[in-house]
Design a protein around this ligand. Structure first.
Ligand code: SF4
Length: 342
């Protein structure tokens, strides 16, 4: 959902007097309202058909000028088709011509935030020109064949940015997000614990973050030292953003935390294992390092798996805490040299 921020910001910019309504999964909408990215939020409980039905009924009372649909499922297309609207924009798929008045190619070669933003080329000729001149899509993708990928040399222009609140790193604090829905996307908790100790020795506060589902991973790290603060499952998304806003850095697996961090421009080191940045889901901001092992088995799945298909999990097990620590320190240094630290 956070990768939709550049698209939503563009819609807000183009239609300043219009009412922007966001339909999203339950629990995600409040941040978008709070930061005035949208005017109303219609949350849906995943897997609960009555929730879809009630939301559809509510939204069918409204006449929309534009509906942008960055989803490719039949169910979402059908939902959009039932709304009262002048123009619906979606990705072009072989089956969905009857559902959308305007369609854009689903371009697998570009990052997801850009892919979503491209839907907006249907709504504005000016934006279409800007897109054609400046998007230069390949430069934002990243390169998999180096162990540490940096994006500082190819900064995102402001119109592509996902930032909704500025970064004010008042605390000497490092956040770690050791969880992930998929076990193969997790760097071992023992490595996160080693990393936490390195930062504590360097006089940083260390703070663990994540959703309630990440509790076990965070507990394992927290056991390494009493000084580690475990906030996992104890913060709302808005509170998490406030924590990120005041911190120096996030170190995270390829998981949702890095996308929340991008909304605050918190510098981020992301650890990639079975997935690669070319899939289009790197943190969508400029102060980013991706740390990864170069292995012939990578990538092995689009989203991660429950267990390693070849049984080694070398993509994560071979990655040392020293390498991640050094990347993190370099990134903090870069933040400092740009005058972003107080
Ligand atoms: S197959 Fe390779 S990339 Fe996939 S989980 Fe195993 S070690 Fe990692």
């Amino acid at each position: 959902m956070y990768l939709s921020l550049p698209l939503l910001k563009q819609i807000r910019r183009k239609f300043p007097q219009g009412k922007v309504r966001l339909m999203c999964r339950k629990g995600l909408g409040k941040m978008f309202l709070e930061h005035q990215i949208v005017d109303s939020v219609h949350e849906i409980e995943k897997g609960k058909s009555s929730s879809y039905k009630d939301t559809l009924e509510e939204l069918r009372q409204i006449e929309f000028d534009w509906v942008f649909c960055p989803h490719r499922s039949y169910r979402t297309a059908l939902f959009v088709w039932q709304l009262k609207k002048k123009v619906a924009v979606g990705y072009s798929l072989w089956w969905n011509a009857p559902f959308f008045q305007k369609r854009v190619l689903y371009n697998r070669e570009i990052p997801d935030a850009l892919r979503q933003l491209e839907l907006f080329t249907c709504a504005s000729e000016d934006f279409q020109k800007q897109w054609a001149q400046e998007s230069n899509k390949q430069r934002f993708l990243g390169v998999s064949q180096t162990e540490v990928v940096s994006f500082e040399d190819n900064p995102l222009p402001e119109w592509m940015s996902a930032e909704v609140t500025s970064w004010k790193p008042l605390k000497k604090r490092i956040c770690l997000a050791p969880g992930s829905v998929w076990p193969t996307k997790k760097w071992p908790s023992s490595r996160y614990a080693e990393l936490a100790k390195r930062f504590l020795e360097s006089d940083y506060e260390v703070c663990l973050v994540g959703s309630a589902a990440d509790s076990r991973d965070c507990e394992l790290v927290a056991q390494a030292d009493d000084r580690i603060q475990n906030l996992c499952g104890k913060t709302s998304l808005l509170e998490l953003m406030e924590i990120f806003q005041e911190s120096q850095l996030l170190i995270s697996n390829d998981s949702g935390a890095m996308h929340v961090a991008a909304a605050t421009s918190l510098p981020t080191v992301s650890i990639f294992g079975p997935t690669v940045p070319e899939f289009g889901y790197r943190p969508w901001q400029n102060r980013v390092r991706i740390v990864q092992e170069i292995l012939s088995c990578r990538p092995c799945s689009p989203h991660g798996t429950k267990s390693c298909p070849i049984g080694t999990h070398a993509c994560m097990n071979n990655l040392s805490s020293e390498k991640v620590f050094q990347s993190a320190m370099q990134l903090i240094g870069i933040g400092s040299s740009k005058g972003k630290r107080s």
